[in-house]
Design a protein around this ligand. Structure first.
Ligand code: SF4
Ligand code: F3S
Length: 106
């Protein structure tokens, strides 16, 4: 499965959702997650993310390991998103900022 990681938080560009053939992205207030039970490993979303926040599970950086569980957990309650939304006005300012996990809204 593929996993959305920390750099998506407060960037939330949503380019990723348009290419997913099985609609497995779910949307929260300032972050998106992939439902691991739906993802078919097609790889299409990974290069679409301007924030480079999407990784194959096997390529997940060590310091992003907890996002695997977080994607699975949040996908259960957040609604599906299939259409690109306008990005947050300050998305660029947050791109690459460390320590965004504590800013995750549920
Ligand atoms: Fe969707 Fe493919 Fe990305 Fe999985 S790898 S989330 S199926 S676009
Ligand atoms: Fe997030 Fe990248 Fe998609 S910032 S919303 S994973 S395009």
């Amino acid at each position: 499965t593929f996993v959305v990681t920390e750099n998506c938080i407060k960037c939330k560009y949503t380019d990723c959702v348009e290419v997913c053939p099985v609609d497995c992205f779910h949307e929260g207030p300032n972050f998106l997650v992939i439902d691991p039970e739906e993802c078919i490993d097609c790889t299409l979303c990974e290069p679409e993310c301007p924030a480079e926040a999407i990784f194959a599970e096997d390529d997940l950086p060590e310091n992003q390991a907890e996002f695997k569980k977080l994607n699975a957990e949040l996908a259960k309650t957040w609604p599906v998103i299939t259409e690109k939304q306008p990005q947050p006005a300050d998305a660029k300012d947050w791109d690459g900022k460390p320590g965004k996990l504590q800013l995750l809204e549920r």
